[in-house]
Design a protein around this ligand. Structure first.
Ligand code: SF4
Length: 416
């Protein structure tokens, strides 16, 4: 490995970390102050800073980097795999600590997201990651947010040490099925990955209990654990992905499952698909995940929103509308009478709007115009709701209801 400056390493290792979606920033257009005649101020292409949500719901900026993009494993979908022909770099522990502190003091970031390829062994790699977090916390009294990727094959004791310094720990399940993992990441093992998640869950719960009883018990990963699944690298359909996600939430009390649409990498392995799945697929999975966690939908309900033949969620309409169109017999529901749980199933109604409706209907019977004031848009709601002055008689049965509610397609730009 040639000698690289810290800035060069940052360029390589921040870029290599962008494939991890577990702290995804929202997409934006590429802009920078060097382009154009007049230059300008600011850039959206800054290296290594992403946005994530803290446990209290705040959006925070994180320095998102890898310790190294060298790896002894050869997962087919990964740009950092051993056989990949990419430029390699490796930070020292002290370099990451200095970068984090510098960025933090300049108010660029509120924390660190640190992952790594596997060097020498899972234990050695994990020790290096822990050493970064330990140095920041113990030697510099760093109070910012730390998210550490945990290597599933590392000793369980190391994961426990990591939890004493990190706010969040994550272990990637990588692929939705064991067969997919065997084919695309042969050195990884689904049982070992889930075993490590189970250990983490127990440690998080034990330490949480201890904190309730003893004020001075140490904090342990207070932001819990999360995972990431790659979508579209193997043949798994959305039904399979959602079933796996539900099972992971139930078994390991995960805070989040992140879905990352597979993106083709330079010099890809021949076992990978040539095309990335539509980004909208990732979005539909996030919407379904949200429905499971906040709207009371079971995985069975979501399966009913998928296409019976392909097992995929529709791309042209959102999963809540897809589910409602398959359950027309339940609708329309009376906005003045129906339980909150049922209101949450009405397409176009979010948690905030439902809570406003429930609070307002205690005071008076709601008309359609009242509902319109409490929500973002009434257009999608009309066929599904009865209000004191509105009863959609045949709307719900009309054969072209889906077409009427499908957003108009927009012309794509040829050169965008
Ligand atoms: S272990 Fe991680 S970094 Fe290494 S090849 Fe597999 S996915 Fe990539």
């Amino acid at each position: 490995m040639s000698i690289l400056s810290v800035a060069q390493k940052l360029e390589i290792l921040a870029d290599a970390a962008k494939y991890d979606a577990s702290c995804a920033s929202s997409g934006t257009k590429r802009r920078d102050s060097l382009s154009g005649r007049k230059g300008g101020l600011g850039s959206t292409e800054g290296m290594g800073i992403c946005h994530a949500y803290a446990p209290d719901g705040r959006c925070i900026s994180l320095l998102k980097i890898l310790l190294t993009n060298s790896c002894i494993f050869d997962c087919h979908y990964c740009i950092n795999r051993q056989s990949s022909n990419v430029r390699r770099a490796r930070f020292t522990v002290q370099e990451i600590v200095a970068l984090t502190l510098n960025f933090y003091r300049r108010n660029y970031i509120e924390g660190l997201f640190l992952s790594s390829g596997i060097i020498r062994s899972p234990d050695y790699t994990m020790e290096q990651l822990i050493e970064v977090a330990r140095t920041l916390r113990e030697e510099h009294d760093f109070r910012g947010y730390i998210h550490l990727k945990t290597i599933p094959d590392a000793d369980v004791e190391l994961a426990h040490q990591a939890g004493l310094y990190a706010d969040r720990l994550s272990i990637n399940v990588e692929l939705p099925t064991e067969q997919g993992l065997e084919r695309l990441a042969p050195e990884k093992n689904g049982a070992r990955i889930e075993g490590a998640m189970k250990d983490l869950r127990m440690a998080i719960e034990d330490m949480g209990d201890a904190r309730k009883r003893y004020r001075h018990a140490p904090r342990f990963a207070p932001a819990g654990q999360s995972t990431q699944m790659i979508v579209g690298a193997d043949g798994s359909d959305d039904r399979t992905i959602l079933r796996r996600a539900r099972s992971l939430y139930d078994k390991h009390a995960l805070r989040r499952v992140y879905y990352s649409a597979f993106s083709p990498i330079p010099s890809p392995s021949s076992v990978l698909p040539l095309k990335r799945p539509p980004l909208l697929r990732e979005h539909r999975l996030y919407q379904s995940d949200w429905m499971m966690r906040f709207y009371g939908f079971s995985v069975r309900d979501l399966e009913q929103a998928t296409d019976p033949e392909t097992g995929h969620l529709p791309l042209d309409i959102d999963p809540k509308l897809a589910w409602a169109l398959r359950h027309r017999e339940i609708f329309p529901v009376d906005v003045n009478k129906v339980a909150r749980e049922m209101l949450l199933r009405v397409p176009g109604l979010g948690v905030r709007a439902v809570d406003r409706i429930v609070a307002s209907r205690r005071e008076r019977r709601l008309k359609l115009a009242d509902v319109a004031r409490l929500t973002n848009s009434i257009a999608k709601l009309r066929p599904f709701l009865i209000a004191s002055d509105w009863r959609p008689l045949h709307l719900i049965d009309s054969v072209d209801l889906q077409r009427r509610l499908t957003p108009a397609a927009t012309q794509l730009e040829l050169f965008a």
